[in-house]
Design a protein around this ligand. Structure first.
Ligand code: PBG
Length: 326
């Protein structure tokens, strides 16, 4: 192999145009999905204390917000609903007039193009805060599957373009695919949270979505943070059950996992740049300790470089602005 002085790595680093010409990874607004939270009531826009500059909107105000999101050039949002009433079975999650069904219908009235992704989980809807139906103190996997299909169909009927199961129940993609197909929704894609770790990085989200488990934790269904081989099996099972997009979550501490999944499976890979990752950056940016723009672009570029095709991120609106002005 040629060596110095034939090879001089600095030749292609000479100026910005040259560097951009040979840049391997480019961040695009087309790849970003913006998460939004919807609450009951009217006329409310509340800042989430643990997630500065992120808000929870009532349906009326979220409809206006979606227009702004769209004007910034963002093409997809993922919706999280916080219902008026929670109960043991999380009934609001599959109620025709549940919070998420209502917001989907309302946005659809005004907005035909933006891609609406419905997070498909029970934890925001159950009084106990777990991601499924309980049997004693345990989440009953197979019982929960019966409900997940129902939730999916109700979300799609209300206007969801994609459903995104995030509860880490075994067989959830298969159950949802089957129910969707049986109801004539065979064209609706499933974005599966295939590799979801039992991570402390979800802390701020649980404040935002009021979804902290009332007892215990999620370690009997979400993955052990130390495992990577197991992630491949999780992704493989979802791939075989018919997941259209495979997600790894969180993103930043799991770049190695994103890299592995991308190498093995010929399906789009999504990464969730989660609430804790967002709030850490935001907190130090507010202190003036870091350059927020540069740090965020570096983080998101690293997630893409690791292999993510899509990124779910609370920074999406800022990034849209920054990329426009580049
Ligand atoms: C569960 C869900 C969670 C997140 C997205 N979907 C939380 C959890 O599993 O406890 C976390 C997202 C984030 O932290 O930004 N429905």
């Amino acid at each position: 192999m040629a060596k110095f002085p034939v090879i001089r790595m600095r030749r292609l680093r000479k100026n910005e145009n040259l560097r951009n010409l040979v840049r391997e990874t480019n961040l695009s607004i087309d790849d970003l999905i913006y998460p939004v939270f919807v609450i009951p009531g009217k006329g409310k826009k509340e800042e989430i204390p643990s997630m500065p500059e992120q808000f929870r909107f009532t349906i009326d105000l979220l409809v206006e917000e979606v227009q702004k999101i769209k004007e910034k050039g963002i093409k997809a949002i993922i919706l999280f609903g916080i219902p008026e009433e929670k109960d043991e079975l999380g009934k609001d999650a599959f109620d025709e007039n549940g919070i998420i069904q209502r917001v989907l219908r309302e946005i659809r009235k005004y907005e035909k193009e933006i891609i609406l992704i419905a997070d498909l989980c029970m934890c925001e809807y159950t009084s106990h805060g777990h991601c499924g139906i309980l049997k004693g103190k345990e989440v009953d996997n197979d019982k929960t599957l019966e409900y997940l299909g129902k939730i999916a169909v109700s979300q799609v009927k209300a206007g969801a373009d994609i459903v995104a199961p995030s509860g880490m129940m075994d067989g959830q993609v298969k159950a949802i695919r089957k129910t969707l197909d049986e109801t004539g929704f065979e064209h609706i894609p499933i974005l599966s949270y295939s590799v979801k770790y039992a991570s402390s990085f979800y802390g701020p989200f649980r404040d935002a979505a009021e979804s902290t488990p009332q007892f215990g934790n999620r370690k009997t269904y979400q993955m052990d943070i130390a495992n990577a081989r197991e992630a491949i099996l999780e992704a493989q099972l979802d791939f075989e059950e018919g997941a259209d997009i495979l997600m790894v979550k969180p993103a930043l501490s799991y770049l190695d996992v994103i890299y592995r999944i991308k190498k093995i499976f010929h399906r789009p890979v999504a990464a969730y740049n989660v609430s804790g990752e967002y709030s850490m950056v935001k907190a130090s940016a507010m202190q003036g300790w870091i350059n927020e723009k540069d740090i965020v672009l570096e983080i998101l570029t690293s997630i893409k470089r690791a292999g993510a095709d899509l990124i779910l991120t609370y920074h999406a609106k800022d990034v849209a602005e920054w990329l426009k002005n580049e």
